[in-house]
Design a protein around this ligand. Structure first.
Ligand SMILES: [Zn+2]
Length: 207
């Protein structure tokens, strides 16, 4: 049976359905929601979408999204400039930063090494990271980089990336650390998978 929805509405539903996490059903619900919204609200949402696309760029130092280059995190003098935390994506950076525990600088790789999909070191911001380290230590506001904290994911790709980076960084005589893994807070041991348990044991510390 031919779809009898107005083509304009159908077009919106199709576009929304392509968004991550949205199927056709939720896309339809969203489209109908927009139709019921006051026109100004929808216009503002559309404006926010275009504006974010036009004005948000990558920071030339940390490669995170920003509207000014270098970004406010990179220029924040209250941050510890001698430690750089390396993450895969801007989303990872935001999650870590929202925790408020880490107060150093960041570096976004833009993914992880994935040989099967042909993603090699040149496809990530690895040369840029090494360059940042080499350029550090020029003065009081740019102290030497002392430590690199590898916070790539625990997936095989994240681990491969961390191993690769650790080797490249050790050549430079720099302290390389990796985010510890372990048992999530509030979870009983019986529900923890074997790999996590093994790592928790491996990275146990003295009390
Ligand atoms: Zn930055």
């Amino acid at each position: 049976m031919k779809n009898a929805n107005p083509p304009l509405l159908e077009n919106l539903i199709e576009r929304l359905a392509r968004l991550p996490g949205l199927g056709r059903k939720s896309a339809t619900r969203l489209a109908l929601h927009f139709l019921r919204q006051p026109e100004d609200d929808v216009r503002e949402l559309a404006g926010a979408l275009t504006e974010v696309k036009e004005k948000i760029k990558f920071c030339s130092l940390c490669h995170n999204f920003t509207d000014e280059d270098p970004c406010p995190r990179c220029t924040d003098t209250r941050r510890d400039r001698s430690i750089i935390c390396v993450v895969e994506t801007p989303g990872d950076l935001m999650a870590l930063d929202a925790s408020g525990i880490f107060n150093g600088l960041y570096h976004v790789l833009g993914g992880a090494l994935t040989p099967l999909s042909g993603i090699g070191p040149d496809d990530l911001k690895i040369a840029e990271l090494l360059n940042r380290i080499d350029q550090s230590g020029t003065g009081e506001d740019n102290p030497p980089c002392r430590e690199i904290l590898l916070a790539t994911g625990s997936s095989p790709e994240g681990e491969t990336t961390a191993t690769y980076l650790a080797e490249r960084l050790k050549e430079r005589g720099i302290i390389v650390t990796r985010l510890a893994r372990g048992i999530p807070i509030g979870v009983d041991l019986e529900y923890v998978d074997g790999a996590t348990l093994r790592q928790s044991l491996e990275f146990r510390r003295e009390l």
